[in-house]
Design a protein around this ligand. Sequence first.
Ligand code: IMP
Ligand code: MG
Length: 192
Amino acid sequence: MAEERVGQVVFEAEEIAAAVRRLARAIAADASGEPLLLVGVLKGALFFVADLARALPPSLDVRVDYVAAASYGDSHRSSGQVRLLKDTSQSVEGKQVVLVEDIVENGWTLQYLSGLFQARRPASLRSCTLLDKPYHRRTEVAPTYVGLRVPDAFIVGYGLDYQEKYRHLPYLAKIAPCASGETRGRPGNKEA
Ligand code: IMP
Ligand code: MG
């Protein structure tokens, strides 16, 4: 895709916020008062983990850490070869860990991180993805908590990028090829 524009909006900011609140309720219920370590997967989960942490009950003992992962693939898809660019700054041993992902597509990233963290002997390991794109799954991994299912398209916004662009959009939208003469912008239509 040489030129692209932001296309159809798939989820508005309010719908994302409602999904984040639902996920926080489910995670808090399962935590049953025990300390929780949220591990956000950068960069895509940047805003998601920040909103999710703040949606958890203030009375819960919540810690936030980050990893950064990248895979050798093109700009659209990840590949089976995932590598860790940044590790957590605290030990996960004995902790209730929730991996916080932006989107699960093939499942390579989640599979890699689940294996890595399981080997570190946490008290429990769960995973939470804001978005699920299950059409091209290549692995057996299933996220414990899923926020929203997106259509089989490339999605940007709320932390998700296309070539490092569009992470700042407060909504989630499809990326569309830009036909010559077309102006860039956001159409008003919205997919159900
Ligand atoms: P997986 O390893 O195939 O499950 O892909 C997960 C990673 O691929 C995500 O963390 C994203 O970085 C990227 N990815 C997959 N689909 C999309 C998309 O629609 N928009 C933006 N990034 C995506
Ligand atoms: Mg990405």
